[in-house]
Design a protein around this ligand. Structure first.
Ligand SMILES: Cc1cc2nc3c(=O)[nH]c(=O)nc-3n(C[C@H](O)[C@H](O)[C@H](O)COP(=O)(O)O)c2cc1C
Length: 370
């Protein structure tokens, strides 16, 4: 294919892949798309290590990075590492009793402290931390920086552009997309509510053409609910220049998810991908679990603002749950296409099948519209 997006990166398929897994990033770029590594929760040292690995394995193909830059984020101040000072008693006790009552053993005290410390350090998504990551990333041959949860600063855009690196940002509404255009983004990613991870409330079908019209002539990628070729055809038909996918890679052999979570994904229906604040404090589509359900029950406390709810789940819940592989409590961000995910495959096969189905869609439409 050739269009502005393919030309921008010298790629043959306008499929951009978000993943926290470097193997997925490399395989997507090698298959003709463009892999983008999510850097949330990585230390500067890890960023360097991951990007060095990608540079060594990607065979000169283009790739990008994704950083979180939340506009609203609770300052942890000096409460940092102490759960009792960090979390209000109602929410801390709620999680503790939930897991205790389910027979999930507490962490040994020494481990619990170290884990809490690691979590707090990983959940510091400040502009300063993001700037450090960008400094490191710009020492590598990245071709794209994607900013999530807000607009990038004009300084970030200028620094990236000075090195020939493109900048994009995610939008769940036309007004956010317009802000991204104003600060100089090269394209916008319109994320429909079907998406895994943080997302808004408007469906892709409604959102994509509205964002396309709002920021024209800036290119737009359709995200949220894209896992197959017919959905790429829909995005192109609605005016997008390509797609941005996250959930579909979770079913691949290359993906980062554990076998237990992968199995849960294969057993889930679309209705099991629930939009909940329980895992991060912001609306995040994730696999329904005993943890996400518990907060909907009468008497449950309200969820905490980001990043406190994320620290509560990761530091006080998730680590306990994953240690004993408590299947009912395991969860992972995933979009509504989870209902279409039934068996393990490879990244290369996903891309190949997407392109085949896209071509079939074109032929079907061509024959209909002739
Ligand atoms: C497991 C998972 C983790 C995600 N983490 C992030 C993240 O750290 N940063 C980000 O910008 N988007 C993140 N997302 C959202 C994706 O960037 C993307 O918007 C979404 O996956 C697109 O919809 P889809 O899931 O239907 O493909 C994540 C998505 C998934 C499935």
């Amino acid at each position: 294919m050739t269009n502005r997006l393919c030309e921008m990166f010298g790629i043959s398929a306008p499929i951009l892949a978000f993943s926290h897994c470097r193997d997925v990033v490399v395989e997507v770029s090698k298959a003709g798309g463009l892999g983008v590594l999510g850097m949330a929760r990585m230390s500067p040292e890890q960023v360097h290590e991951e990007l060095n690995w990608i540079d060594a394995h990607i065979g000169g193909k283009p790739y990008g990075i994704d950083i979180l830059n939340p506009t609203r984020y609770e300052d942890l101040g000096d409460r940092k590492f102490d759960p009792v000072r960090l979390f209000p008693p109602a929410q801390l006790d709620f999680v503790k009793s939930l897991l205790d009552n389910a027979g999930i053993p507490p962490l040994p005290v020494a481990d619990a402290d170290a884990i809490m410390k690691a979590m707090v350090n990983q959940f510091t998504f400040t502009p300063e931390e993001s700037a450090k990551m960008v400094d490191i990333a710009l020492q590598h041959p990245i071709k794209l920086i994607v900013n999530a949860l807000g607009s990038p600063s004009p300084e970030l855009v200028a620094r990236a552009h000075a090195q020939g690196v493109k900048v994009a940002a995610m939008a769940g509404a036309p007004k956010h997309a317009l802000k991204h255009k104003q600060v100089g983004c090269d394209f916008v990613i319109a994320v429909g509510t079907e998406a895994g991870g943080h997302t808004g409330s408007t469906t892709s079908m409604v959102l994509w053409p509205r964002v396309v019209d709002a920021v024209a002539p800036l290119p737009v990628l359709g995200a949220g609910g894209v896992g197959r070729g017919r959905q790429i055809a829909a995005a192109l038909a609605l005016g997008c220049e390509g797609v941005w996918c996250g959930s579909v890679w979770l079913k691949t052999v290359e993906s980062e998810v554990t076998p237990e979570i992968k199995q849960k994904l294969f057993e889930a229906g679309s209705e099991d991908a629930v939009l909940t604040r329980t895992v991060t404090g912001k609306p995040c589509r994730t696999l329904r679990s005993a943890f996400t359900d518990a907060w909907d029950l009468p008497g449950a406390p309200p969820t905490l603002p980001a990043p406190l709810q994320a620290l509560l789940w990761w530091g006080q819940g998730r680590t306990r749950v994953e240690r004993v592989r408590a299947k009912d409590f395991l969860t992972y961000p995933v979009g509504q296409i989870v209902g279409d995910m039934h068996a393990e495959t490879s990244v290369r096969e996903v891309v190949h099948e997407m392109l085949l189905e896209l071509l079939e869609s074109k032929e079907r439409l061509d024959s209909l519209l002739d």
